[in-house]
Design a protein around this ligand. Structure first.
Ligand code: ADP
Ligand code: MG
Length: 688
């Protein structure tokens, strides 16, 4: 049974919805995920179980077959014969009808499943037992009917509880935010609900307190525990000017924080939205499980029919035929099957989130296990992306300051790291670049602008190639030398001639080398792709231990390169950060965006690395493998057990003296669900 139909069932239980409402209020926290729906069920099943217990007792005590079997008797009184049927009818009405109502819902949705099977089983048992009171020959099995109903209620109650515990991880995220915050007003502070905070408010975060929303430290120093958001277990030092994330926990210092984002705009809300979305999305294995669950319904009905026919033929019609039918129907209930995959995925997504890996697309995560090639963008992904000007050269008699000033002016509107580096260098030299007009950026090549009446361009080798300009000899040599060192070179072009060249250095991320080594160890091919020139690519690749690279790739060709690899039969992941990486991220089998990258990149990717660490890429693979393993295990516990349980329920073991009663069948079914839930929970113990 898929989770969605569990929702429907609940909606049909009007009277029980109130209880759920209360529970939500009690908890006082926003809710999400499927945990709450199950909590509503849990309450209902628990209540019904306790209510049904009392009328079940007289049924058991006055049941002739049970008395015979256990060798006891009860005092008879006028009408004592009617004790058993009357109390059975009460139990059926109180404990059985809810299942029937949910079955009606399944029928209406044309998705016959668990509730249908349970309803068939208890109805067959009930109607047969009533019929024995006058219509047909045979012993009634009222006491078995009431135990079946009781076990079903108890089983569902316990199942729902394990399910809630396994899937409530999203709520844990919601609980990170405190309810109130201390807002600084003039010289004092006032306590206000977090929902009343707005941008620009200053809040006081005391030692040990939680940061109520995203913001910037304006006063104080402390160390924050950000593990819940980024997965970083070490505390992070924060001082004036640093950004803090809502939901993280303050250390020993006290901080005054200026709020920059509240409510749905915070990082935490973003994470929750993504986890929720990912949980809604159906994965491939989920669809497989749903189909199997639907199939199991028909298999169960067929096996029940065959079992009935065979018993009838061999032993004649009696209560045992009905008992076999009921047991088969109960054992085959695909409850566990509907939960096997969603439970694992719920835990996977939250495990990922707490390790800095946000899964937006579950199919991407499932795919990650099959990867054989990982393509990394260079700038901003393998490297910090914080470029700085390290050296420059001018053509002929040129003046360095003038050249840098012109370049910075032309770059004044660009968002590119190179532009930022040039502007900063100009500032350091206390130059005051003139105003630029007619700015135009050409992605992956450079920029054009009019400065002081001259047309100026700043760009890399790609741009020169496009303009069909050769750098002057001196600049060409400069570029070659710098390229060997792994530095990117951009040219200043005035009136169609190169007049200066700037060498920019960018440090590779500390972990890039390690990440590359890990991936290679796992047997993957690592490829670097960059818009930068060949010598720079070669030098960075060598430093990081990468064997293959594509250099000078224009943004519009990045996805073609991915396609080429795919055409060769590779399953490819692309890791990137920039706008220029977006098409490649979408094209790749698994698109992985650096969290600090551009929004476009983040939205094109299936997985986001919050901590900007390339080392998280091998972690994704591990998570993917773990997810897969747990799913397969769960599918076996959920569906595979029927290979043994169904024949046993049908009576195949009768020659060995083993006959399952309907209640034992119900017990087995519930145990299978509980095992599935526990098995998913065990995932949490893995370190990624
Ligand atoms: P990557 O693929 O490594 O992330 P980009 O595609 O952003 O790099 O840029 C590729 C090349 O284009 C840069 O190495 C640089 O030579 C040139 N370039 C792009 N934008 C600019 C700019 N604003 N100013 C100067 N050069 C630029
Ligand atoms: Mg980049």
């Amino acid at each position: 049974m898929p989770l969605s139909s569990a929702q429907h069932e609940m909606e049909s239980m009007m009277s029980d919805q109130q209880e759920q409402g209360h529970r939500k209020q009690d908890e006082g926290h926003p809710s999400g995920g499927s945990g709450d729906e199950h909590a509503g069920h849990e309450q209902m099943f628990r209540r019904r179980f306790w209510i049904c217990l009392a009328p079940s007792v007289p049924v058991l005590l006055y049941s002739p077959s049970l008395q015979d079997w256990l060798g006891f008797s009860m005092p008879a009184f006028p009408g004592s014969f009617w004790m058993v049927p009357v109390f059975s009818i009460i139990v059926f009405a109180l404990g059985g009808i809810p299942f029937l109502r949910m079955a009606v819902r399944e029928l209406r949705d044309r998705q016959p499943g668990m509730m249908m099977l349970i309803s068939l089983a208890i109805t067959v048992a009930f109607v047969f037992s009533l019929a024995t009171l006058g219509l047909v020959e045979g012993d009634p099995f009222f006491w078995e009917l009431v135990t079946l109903i009781d076990v079903m209620l108890l089983g569902h109650w316990v199942e729902m509880r394990s399910v809630r515990q396994a899937s409530g991880a999203l709520n844990e995220l919601a609980k990170l935010l405190p309810d109130t915050a201390e807002r600084v007003a003039d010289s004092e502070t006032e306590e206000v609900p977090v929902t009343e905070l707005s941008e620009g408010d200053i809040v006081l975060v005391r030692p040990g307190g939680s940061v109520p929303a995203d913001g910037k430290v304006v006063e104080g120093r402390s160390e924050l525990n950000e593990a819940m958001i980024t997965g970083e277990s070490k505390s992070v030092a924060k001082k004036e000017g640093d950004e803090v994330i809502g939901g993280t926990v303050n250390g020993d210092g006290s901080l005054r924080v200026e709020i920059s984002a509240t409510g749905d705009d915070t990082a935490l809300a973003g994470i929750m939205r993504m986890v929720e979305e990912a949980q809604k999305g159906k994965s491939r294995s989920q669809m497989l499980a749903d189909r199997a669950a639907a199939l199991l319904f028909y298999i169960a009905v067929a096996v029940a029919a065959v079992a009935a026919a065979v018993w009838w033929a061999i032993m004649g019609f009696d209560d045992e035929v009905v008992r076999r039918v009921a047991t088969v129907l109960v054992v085959a209930c695909p409850h566990a099957l509907g939960l096997a995959v969603p439970l694992v995925l719920a835990i996977t997504t939250t495990m990922g989130a707490s390790n800095g890996i946000l899964v937006r697309d579950r199919i991407a995560l499932e795919r990650a296990r099959e990867l054989d090639t990982v393509v990394f963008d260079k700038t901003g992904t393998l490297t910090e992306g914080k470029q700085s000007l390290v050296e420059m050269a001018v053509a002929g008699e040129g003046d360095e300051d003038r050249a840098l000033s012109l370049a910075a002016a032309a770059e004044s509107d660009s968002e590119h790291m190179i532009a930022r580096a040039l502007r900063e260098a100009a500032k350091e030299r206390e130059l005051e670049p003139a105003k630029a007009h007619d700015f135009e950026a050409s992605k992956g090549r450079g920029v054009t602008a009019t400065v002081d009446g001259i047309k100026v361009r700043v760009g890399g080798p790609n741009m020169l190639e496009e303009l069909e300009i050769e750098p002057s000899e001196r600049l060409g040599r400069f570029a070659e030398e710098q390229g060997e060192e792994g530095r990117s070179v951009v040219y200043l072009v005035e009136e169609g001639k190169t007049s200066a060249a700037f060498a920019l250095a960018d440090t590779p991320r500390e972990e890039s080398r390690e990440a590359v080594a890990k991936l290679k160890e796992l047997g993957l091919r690592v490829v670097m792709m960059t818009g930068d020139s060949e010598p720079v690519a070669r030098s960075v690749a060598k430093e990081l231990g990468i064997d293959d690279w594509f250099a000078g790739v224009l943004p519009e060709h990045k996805d073609d390169r991915i396609q080429e690899l795919q055409d060769q039969g590779h399953i490819v992941a692309m890791v990137g950060d920039g706008v220029n990486d977006a098409p490649a991220l979408t094209r790749a089998d698994v698109g992985i965006a650096i969290g600090s990258g551009t929004d476009v990149a983040v939205q094109s990717a299936g997985i986001i690395l919050v901590k900007n660490r390339p080392l998280d890429v091998p972690r994704i693979l591990r998570l993917s493998h773990l997810t897969r393993r747990k799913m397969v295990q769960n599918l076996w516990w959920a569906a595979g057990y029927n290979i043994v349980a169904l024949p046993a329920a049908a009576g195949a073991l009768a020659p060995f003296g083993i006959l399952l009663s309907p209640a034992v069948g119900a017990l087995l079914m519930s145990i299978s669900t509980v095992i599935v839930a526990i098995n998913a929970q065990l995932m949490r113990r893995y370190e990624l």
